[in-house]
Design a protein around this ligand. Structure first.
Ligand SMILES: Cc1cc2nc3c(=O)[nH]c(=O)nc-3n(C[C@H](O)[C@H](O)[C@H](O)COP(=O)(O)OP(=O)(O)OC[C@H]3O[C@@H](n4cnc5c(N)ncnc54)[C@H](O)[C@@H]3O)c2cc1C
Length: 288
């Protein structure tokens, strides 16, 4: 359903958010799809949330009262021409939109033989969401390949270098609801074969993960102990509530068998916390 047109031409529709999350769960909200800074600024003029690839979210069945902003247009385009800062060893890109899907970007970098982001292979995020939380694996993370960031804040748009931000393990210190609109990448010039080999190595660590609708790992590993092992030892592998199930393949993944609700996922999270005798911290976000 299309709502009243925005002043700046942003797309505004009331939509089910389930279509934008990797779990396939989420009620309705007013979705603002913005393609330039004027549209983004208008979208940010009322309470909002910024949605990326929806790969770290469990969104309530009742939907959201805030606007949900999605990055499109210029914020979803990729400029991989070499910037003036490039040299024979290093490639510095043009602007890559925060709304660009990370898996597709990595495929392009592999074809071009640009190395630095291979450790993020298999993360089903958008570039902006992956930067916001410095997504990655033990093989590498988003900030390994960043040259410059553009961030929209309620006070205006800032361009900064990664060295101006404290960032660390799965964290970037970019405040919540400051929006990563675009980034420029700084990568090593390598070969498609070498980049491909690094990606395969990083990807092989995912062999045990279920290929189903899921928001990824449910809990952080408490004190270095595997959360999946604790849940498995509590006898919860394969446990099902409605259409939500603790994966029989990897106990730290809750999967949607088809038509699961956020309520069913919450019930499984509660059950896990009750049964595992260690305090578990959630990995993904619950909206709201
Ligand atoms: C199968 C699977 C495997 C995964 N493996 C990994 C892994 O190996 N390593 C890892 O780190 N994560 C992993 N994840 C989790 C997830 O992919 C990451 O947390 C990712 O960074 C989320 O990005 P997103 O674009 O999907 O953000 P969303 O899920 O849409 O949002 C998550 C948070 O990011 C914010 N956000 C989104 N876009 C922007 C933006 N442009 N600017 C500012 N904030 C923004 C949102 O507001 C929200 O707070 C996995 C998830 C799945 C489903």
């Amino acid at each position: 359903m299309t709502l009243a047109a925005s002043l700046t031409g942003a797309g505004v529709e009331r939509l089910a958010l389930s279509r934008f999350t990797t779990l396939g769960v989420g009620g309705e909200a007013e979705v603002w799809t913005v393609g330039d800074h004027a549209q983004l600024s208008e979208a940010m003029s009322a309470p909002y949330r910024i949605l990326g690839g929806g790969s770290n979210l469990v969104i309530s069945d009742a939907g959201l009262s805030e606007r949900v902003i999605r990055l499109g247009g210029a914020f979803a385009s990729t400029d991989l021409t070499a910037g003036p800062e490039s040299n024979p060893e290093r490639f510095v890109s043009g602007w890559v939109g925060g709304g660009v899907p990370l898996p597709g970007l990595l495929r392009k970098l592999r074809t071009l033989g640009f190395s630095g982001l291979e450790g993020t292979v298999g993360v089903p995020a958008q570039v902006g969401g992956a930067v916001w939380m410095n997504a990655g694996t033990r093989f590498g993370e988003m900030f390994d390949g960043l040259y410059q960031l553009e961030i929209a804040t309620p006070e205006g748009v800032r361009q900064l270098s990664p060295s101006e931000l404290p960032w660390g393990y799965r964290d970037s210190a970019i405040p919540r609801n400051h929006i990563v609109t675009r980034v420029r990448l700084a990568l090593k010039r390598s070969t498609p074969q070498a980049v491909s080999a690094k990606m395969e190595e990083a990807d092989s660590a995912r062999k045990g993960q279920p290929k189903m609708k899921t928001p990824g790992c449910a809990f952080k590993n408490p004190g270095g102990v595997s959360a999946g092992r604790l849940i498995d030892e509590a006898g919860l592998k394969g446990c099902q509530i409605g259409q939500a199930m603790i994966s029989p393949q990897h106990a730290n993944f809750i999967v949607n068998l088809g038509g699961a609700s956020a309520e069913e996922v919450h019930a499984l999270l509660t059950l896990i916390r009750q049964r595992v005798g260690v305090k578990l911290e959630l990995e993904y976000e619950l909206w709201p």
